[in-house]
Design a protein around this ligand. Sequence first.
Ligand code: NAP
Length: 546
Amino acid sequence: MNDAVAPALRARIETAVDFDAIVIGAGVSGLYQLYRLREIGMTTRVFEAGSGVGGTWYWNRYPGARFDSESWSYGFSFSQELLDEWDWEEHFAGQPETERYLNHVADKFDLRRDIQFDTRVVAAHYQEDSHSWNVTLDDGSHCVSRFLITAVGVLSAPVMPRVPGIESFKGQSCHTHDWPREPVSFEGKRIAVIGTGATGIQTITEVAKTAGSLTVFQRTPQWSAPLHNSKVTAEEMSEIRKNYTEIFARCQETVGCFIHTPDPRSVFEVTEAEREAFWDKLYGEPGFGIWMGNFRDVLTDLEANRLMSEFLARKIRERVEDPVVAEKLIPVTYGFGTRRVPMESGYFEVYNQPNVTLVDLNDTPIECITPDGIRTSDAEHDFDMIIYATGFDAITGAFDRIDIRGVGGVSLKDKWAETPVTFLGILVDGFPNFLMVMGPHAGLGNFPRAVEYTSDWVTDLIRHGRERGMTRLDATKAAAKAWTDHVIEVNDGLLFTEVDSWMTGVNHNVEGRHIRRVVRYSGGHPAFRRRCEEVTAGGYQEVSMD
Ligand code: NAP
C-alpha cells in the first residue's frame, strides 16, 4: 500500500472485507478461477444463480444440446490427474456428459464448499474509501470483497422475442436456456420452435424425432454443416490421452484455440476440381474443420466466400427433397462462416419428414402469441408447446443485468452503452479491482482454452499486487483506450463485421442493441497472449496500483 495512505484509511482497507474475492458464476470460468484463487491463498466466495455447477452446461439442457468442438480439446488441461482419469464418451459430448464432467471437476477439487448456489448477484458497487466491492444478492443481503471477478459467460442472458401475447399461451413454453430439469415428452404433441441458430438447429433435429407435428419458425436460415459425431472408443481415448500435450499445444497456436488450422492455400490457387474435392472432404469430416480449416481466404475474400457458400447451397439442395423448402433453407443475406457456423446431425433431412413444416417469417411474420399458439400474418397455428430458441443478449448482456458501479458511482452499463471499453477484455478503467474472465473484447473460440489462460493472467496480476501490499488495481484510461482502439482496428475489413449477429453485438429483441458493435477480439488468441505477456514483462505499467 502507498505510504501516503493515511493510517485510518489503511486500517479500514485492511479490515473491511468478508472475502478476498467474489466470483460471479460457477461455470467453466468460475470453477477454474476459484481453483486458482485458492492456490494463492485467497478467501473466495462464488455466487451462482443455478442450483448446480456448469453455467452454460447447467442451464442449456434442451434436447440435442451438445458441443460443436471436440470434447477432448475442450476439457481443462491444468491437471494431469484429471486428464488421466476422465474418459470422454463422445467426440462431441452431449450436455449431460459435459455437465457430468464439470460436476466431476467440482468434486475432485472440492470446489463446492466455496460456492453459494441459487444466488444471483443483482448489484456490485465499488467503495472508494475501503478499496472494496459491496455486492448485493437477490435475497437482499450484502457482502464485501476486495476483488470482484466476473465469470458470467458470453451467452448467458437469454432473450425472448419481442412479440405480444407470450404470457397468454395456455400450453407449455420455455426458452431453450431455461429448459426444465424434468424430462419433456414430445410424443404426439404439436410443437413450435422459434429460431434457427445453433441452438434451434440442435433442438429441431431432436424434437422432430418424436413430435406429432413440428413447425419451425425461421427468420434467417443458416450455413450449417455436418458435425459427424461418434463414440470415442477405448483405443481412441488412449491415443487422445497420449497426445494431450500436442492437442493443447496445437490449440494454443490457432486463432480460435480450436484444433483446426486454416489451409495455407487460396481458393484461387487450386483447380475447380481440387477445390470441390477439398470441400467435399471437409464436409465429410467431423467438427469445425469446414469453418476453421478451410482455404485461408474463405472468410476474408468475398469471391472465395461466395464460391464456398455456393458449394454449401448445393449440399442443401441435394439433401432437402422439396425444392421450395430447400431454397428457404439457403441463406441469401450473408456468406458462409460470417456468422457462427452451427453444426448439424441430420438437420436438413428433418424437412423431408411428413411431421415437419417450415414457416418462413420473412413471408409471414409472427403477429402475436395467442392462448392457443402463434398467429402469423396469414394463419393461426395451434400448439401444445412453444420452444423459444431465440438466443441471447450476448457478451455484454449478463453485465447489463447486474447494477455494477465503479468510481464515482459510474454505471458499467452506461459506460458501455455504445460500445465496451476494456483493457485486454479483463479490466475496465474506473472500475478498480474488477476483473473479467471472458468479458467483452476477449477472443472467443474454444472457451476453456481461453479461460485457463485468462484466469491464470488474472490470478498473476492479483498476486503481483498483493505481494506488494497493493489493495487497488485499475487499468489506466490510456491503456483501456489503446486496447479498445486495437480491438476495433483488427475487426475492420473482416467479412463477419458486415453481418448482424450476436458476434457483432446485435439483438433486435433488446432495446438499443440494433447497431453493430465491436464486442470481441478478432486478432486471435496468439496475438492476445503476446500482448498479455508484454504487459506482465513490463511490470503491469498499464495498471495503476496503490
Ligand atoms: P442465435 O444464434 O442468436 O439464434 C437465435 C435465433 O432466434 C435466430 O435464428 C434468430 O433469427 C431467431 N430469433 C430471434 N428473435 C426472433 C424473433 N423475434 N422472431 C423470430 N426469430 C427470432 O442463438 P443460439 O442459437 O442460442 O446460439 C447462440 C450461440 O450459442 C451460437 O452461435 C453458439 O456460439 C452457441 N451455441 C453453441 C452450441 C454448441 O457448441 N454446440 C450450441 C448452441 C449454441 P435471426 O437470425 O433472424 O436473428
